[in-house]
Design a protein around this ligand. Structure first.
Ligand code: 5GP
Length: 362
């Protein structure tokens, strides 16, 4: 097995619906097409397209959501996404998703998230550890399927934690509802809040009350920051000082200085940035500068389904493009443990995993 697949990895920036398998999306689109021909043709055309600009990606997400936003499908794709990450030796997955409402099918933000939890429980290929350590005994009693290792091979496990995304199309009330739901679902492995969605839509001040409130409640916050040129917003986001930021493509000299002195970890999404033309070329990606400055960073996929990538592939690309060796890539993955939003016990356990694999390699 290639080292980029076999080495343990940490994923901190993956959107659930952006991680859907192409085969599942096509199957769902075709199923829908039997009811609504035009929509299916539209979706198939978009799915089969290779490169997409950032605006095209958001049109693609709207189409994906037409196919996926029902409880059973949300459960299915959650199960598949976790299995896919586990299959390439992701040992910790922080999966983010936007809780959605759809009154016509009785979906509330809470029932959407319950469908996600059902997906975590449905995974059979690997043991999924998603209940925080201090909740585990009680919750396991309530639901014997949670963290039930009896049906899986020993040692074959993945930690999963969830982030609830606030979509930039949402109102202050909508954002607050998501933050409150995140707090209520902490016992089920929700560890924080993400701000995402089309970066040219919405205003930072709309989301700030919910983000401040979430932070006061002890939830961690990560922000999509600098995906398009918007210096005022980047400045405000850095001033907010989230626990992590994603992308950071359009930062000016002043922003870089603030970022570097703040030590806020950056979630790097190489393929996503290249495919959406958010960087001029991978050779000039800000990964290089941040890596050499020893700034905290983590390699992530963003949307492995939409961008036809995987976490292993991102490691392979970084190694070959930036001339990094296997040892350096291993260290990069191990260093990412400290940026996870999970509790310390999980981080200690992950460190042990990395230490034992390192021992086997040497
Ligand atoms: P979901 O939250 O529905 O599980 O995952 C898809 C959603 O994540 C998209 O509709 C969008 O709101 C968000 N998303 C996925 N990729 C990106 C990205 O690259 N940038 C931003 N800003 N949002 C994204």
């Amino acid at each position: 097995m290639d080292w980029w697949v076999s080495q343990p990895k940490i994923e901190l920036h993956a959107h659930l619906n952006g991680s859907i398998r192409n085969s599942t999306l096509l199957e769902l689109a075709r199923g829908l097409g039997q009811k609504m021909n035009a929509v299916s043709a539209d979706i198939e055309h978009v799915i089969m397209k290779g490169d997409r600009s950032l605006p095209e990606c958001f049109r693609m997400f709207d189409l994906i959501h037409i196919c996926t936003t029902d409880h059973g499908t949300v459960t299915r794709i959650t199960k598949e996404v976790v299995e896919d990450f586990a299959a390439e030796n992701t040992v910790y997955l922080e999966l983010r998703t936007t809780p959605k409402k759809n009154e016509t099918i009785g979906m509330t933000k809470r029932s959407y998230m319950e469908a996600v939890i059902d997906g975590l429980k449905a995974v059979e290929a690997v043991e999924v550890l998603f209940i925080p350590s201090d909740e585990r005994t009680e919750s396991s009693k309530e639901s014997p399927l949670m963290n039930d290792s009896s049906k899986t091979k020993k040692g074959n496990q993945i930690y999963v934690r969830l982030l609830l995304s606030i979509d930039r199309r949402e109102s202050t009330d909508g954002a607050m509802e998501t933050a409150q739901l995140a707090l209520e679902m902490r016992k089920l492995g929700v560890v924080g809040i993400d701000l995402s969605g089309n970066p040219v839509v919405g205003n930072w001040l709309t989301f700030l009350p919910a983000l401040n409130w979430a932070r006061e409640q002890g939830l961690s916050v990560t922000l999509h920051c600098g995906e398009v040129p918007n210096p005022e917003e980047v400045e405000a986001m850095l001033e907010f000082h989230p626990q992590r930021i994603g992308h950071a493509c359009f930062l000016n000299e002043k922003h870089w200085k603030v970022l570097k002195s703040s030590n806020i970890p950056v979630e790097i999404c190489l393929t996503s940035n290249v495919r959406t033309d958010s960087v001029s070329s991978i050779d000039y990606h800000h990964f290089v500068d941040l890596y050499h400055a020893k700034h905290p960073l983590v390699l992530c996929t963003d949307d492995p389904g939409v961008f036809s990538t995987s976490l292993s592939r991102e490691y392979k690309i970084a190694a070959s493009t930036f001339g990094l060796g296997r040892g350096e890539m291993f260290q990069l993955a191990e260093d990412a443990i400290q940026f996870a939003f999970a509790e310390d016990r999980v981080k200690q356990d992950l460190k042990k995993t990395f230490t034992s694999v390192r021992g086997e390699l040497s």
